[in-house]
Design a protein around this ligand. Structure first.
Ligand SMILES: Nc1ncnc2c1ncn2[C@@H]1O[C@H](COP(=O)(O)OP(=O)(O)OP(=O)(O)O)[C@@H](O)[C@H]1O
Ligand SMILES: [Mg+2]
Length: 670
């Protein structure tokens, strides 16, 4: 039993000292701060995770769509540069055709005089060819091949257009190797391009590209009657001519480079073959002869649609835009392409994502720190309250917790402080009360002892006085005056004897005489003695007796207790009223309870404190000594019982006596 108690206590201490881990009970015990942080963490992680995923997705999409938008704009700019080159050729040819020396020579049929001037114009304007036809479109002079014999020309789409529309035309157009040779043999070699296979390029059987793509303009030469007397046409070969693509690179991309590569590239395709480009092979040479992918070819050349997207160009990924180049009959003869190195955007994307991740991570760390601070703000006061509670438990009743907070915690702290103050005040009052009670008990004990000694000492002389005065009284005749005095001596001496006996009873100088008896029968016995007395004639006695177990008591002493209390009640009611006597068994507490309830005037609060004091009486001298209740109190306490009183002035008084049921041998009688 003892050992069990001890181990319970040990466990309690253990629990108090190790709040985090108790392997013998419920496993881990996490502090409230950790629990709070753990409950915030999933929210922080889920929120940051979702934000990061959505944010990265949005950023990626935004960057890539921005890149595509840029490349679309760049293609428009490239288109304008291409058109301005066409217009330049258009202007040269038109302005030359309108010059008087040419008109005059044509009218006069003297082309010899203009040959040199046409050769000069061709050279100055960097044209690859500049030729003259008669009014039927038959070539009569080629500035780029002036010495060769003139081959008759069967059909030229631009010259035909000029003859039918009488206006200057300009267009990109294809030219066969034979036609090129006629215009200028040196162009044949320039136009010849070897086809090179690259990954993802469109498959093709040819190994060579011999025909050319040219920018060509043709203008009418009219006489003074505005009749066409000839046509002047000229142009440039685009094969291996890098002027336009480099102009696009410089103008649109400002020649910007990234990781040793040109960021922006431009290409002119003839059909699907690169004939002019600044996309480079791995060896740094221009990727002439490489081809477009099947996907782009189908979209741009077959369907005639522009194409914007990510594409593998020669040896790297580019964000690209392709657009068809059409001839004068709107037939697709080539493709104009611009592309921006994808790596730059991938790196921007990577950097942005990294920055985004760092911000999210920093945000998560800050959120965790804030949650830590918040949890600390909650747990610090709680911990202070816990240690203050422990201090109270250990007896320090002044642990005021100093925390100011305008929330529930503040209220809890203030309630705790109020509680501590109240407990402290109550403890002080209890101490004072106990001290008074002890002093009072000591005082009563001294008085009791004193009274017992005095009574004991007076007893023998009193017996002598009573005996001798009684003898003297018997021997003195009645008519003798001394008889009356002696009678008074006997009466007063007997009264003294009663007082002395009372004092001896109070100080328990008598031997106990215990029996096993039912309290109900003791009560009935007392009532049968009192009922017929005059004082009880007008008192209504009500008995409410429950079935009770036998108790071991000194019957005569307990009778005396009942007698005292019932007599007091009858005297207080002055012989008129109601007296109720109840008995009950309190099995749980192991007591027999006797209640004696009267309907008398009650006892004032002031007197209520003193009624068990010896010699306290409100009765006139000669009527009461004030020992009845003091003796009763002593007797009940000797029986290990308890006597108490409740009273209300004007209503009545209730005396409650409790006597223990099992008192085998533990009654202390002196
Ligand atoms: N039922 C009661 N109703 C009102 N006052 C009571 C009652 N019982 C006791 N008292 C008061 O308590 C006082 C003390 O009672 P206690 O029995 O000790 O002495 P006493 O009756 O005055 O004298 P005695 O020594 O003759 O009994 C009484 O004087 C009375 O004032
Ligand atoms: Mg009395």
């Amino acid at each position: 039993m003892n050992r069990n108690n001890r181990s319970d206590k040990d466990q309690e201490i253990n629990e108090r000292e190790t709040p985090f881990w108790n392997p013998f009970r419920n496993g881990y015990h996490l502090p409230i701060a950790t629990k709070l942080i753990l409950s915030y963490l999933p929210i922080i992680i889920i929120t940051s995770g979702v934000f990061t995923i959505v944010g990265i997705q949005l950023i990626s999409n935004r960057i890539m769509s921005e890149a595509q938008e840029n490349v679309r704009h760049d293609l428009n700019s490239a288109q304008e540069i291409y058109q301005s080159n066409l217009l330049h050729i258009h202007d040269i040819v038109r302005l030359t055709s309108e010059r008087f020396f040419l008109t005059d020579a044509m009218v006069a049929g003297d082309i010899e005089s203009v040959k040199n001037e046409l050769i000069r114009v061709k050279n100055v304007e960097n044209l690859d060819f500049l030729s003259l036809t008669d009014a039927n479109g038959i070539v009569i002079f080629r500035a780029s091949n002036s010495d060769a014999p003139i081959y008759p020309k069967i059909y030229d789409e631009l010259v035909s257009a000029v003859l039918s529309q009488k206006t200057t035309v300009v267009a990109t157009t294809e030219i066969s190797m034979e036609e090129l040779e006629k215009e200028s043999p040196s162009l044949v070699e320039k136009a010849n391009i070897k086809i090179i296979d690259t990954p993802k390029a469109r498959a093709k059987n040819e190994t060579e590209q011999t025909s050319g793509l040219i920018m060509k303009s043709a203008a009418p030469i009219c006489d003074h009657q505005n009749k066409i007397i000839g046509v002047l046409y000229g142009g440039v070969l685009l094969n291996k001519n890098y002027k336009i693509v480099d102009e696009i690179k410089q103008t649109v991309f400002e020649g910007e480079r990234y990781l040793g590569k040109d960021i922006g590239t431009a290409t002119i395709f003839k059909d699907d073959v690169r004939i002019s480009t600044n996309v480079k092979n791995n060896d740094g040479s221009r990727a002439i002869g490489t081809r477009v992918s099947e996907e782009v070819y189908n979209k741009v050349v077959i369907e005639g649609q522009p194409w914007v997207g990510r594409a593998y160009v020669v040896n790297d990924w580019y964000i690209t835009a392709y657009e068809p180049i059409r001839n004068i009959h709107y037939k697709i003869v080539g493709i104009l392409y611009v592309g921006i190195l994808e790596q730059k955007y991938l790196d921007i994307k990577k950097q942005t994502i990294l920055a985004f991740l760092s911000i999210t991570l920093a945000g998560a760390v800050i959120a965790t720190l804030i949650s830590y601070i918040i949890s600390q703000r909650i747990t610090v006061p709680i911990n202070k309250l816990v240690s203050a509670s422990r201090e109270i438990a250990q007896g320090n009743l002044n642990p005021i917790v100093n925390i100011k907070s305008d929330d529930e915690l503040g209220e809890l702290v203030s309630a705790f402080n109020t509680m501590a103050t109240t407990i402290n005040e109550r403890e002080e009052k209890l101490k004072e009360f106990t001290k008074n009670k002890i002093m009072e008990s000591e005082r009563l004990a001294i008085i009791g002892q004193l009274a017992a000694n005095v009574a004991h000492e007076l007893n023998n002389p009193l017996v002598g006085i009573i005996t001798y005065s009684q003898l003297l009284l018997e021997e003195t005749p009645k008519e003798d005056k001394s008889n009356e005095f002696l009678n008074k001596i006997v009466i007063q001496a007997n009264r003294c004897k009663d007082i002395v006996r009372g004092l001896l009873d109070f100080s328990r100088q008598r031997q106990p005489d215990t029996t096993l008896i039912n309290i109900n029968s003791v009560l009935k016995q007392v009532l049968s003695l009192l009922e017929n007395q005059a004082l009880f004639l007008n008192i209504k006695v009500i008995l409410k007796l429950s079935e009770l177990p036998m108790v071991i008591i000194d019957q005569s002493q307990i009778e005396r207790v009942f007698m005292n209390i019932i007599l007091n009640a009858a005297e207080a009611m002055d012989g008129h009223g109601q007296l109720q006597i109840e008995t009950n068994l309190d099995a749980d507490e192991g007591f027999v309870e006797i209640k004696i309830i009267d309907s008398g005037p009650g006892i004032t609060e002031e007197n209520l404190e003193k009624i068990f004091d010896p010699f306290f009486t409100t009765k006139e001298a000669g009527h009461g000594v004030g020992l009845g209740l003091a003796i009763s109190y002593g007797i009940v306490r000797e029986h290990k019982g308890n006597i108490s009183v409740k009273s209300k002035v004007g209503t009545g008084t209730t005396f409650i006596i409790k006597l223990p049921v099992s008192i085998h041998g533990n009654m202390r009688f002196q």
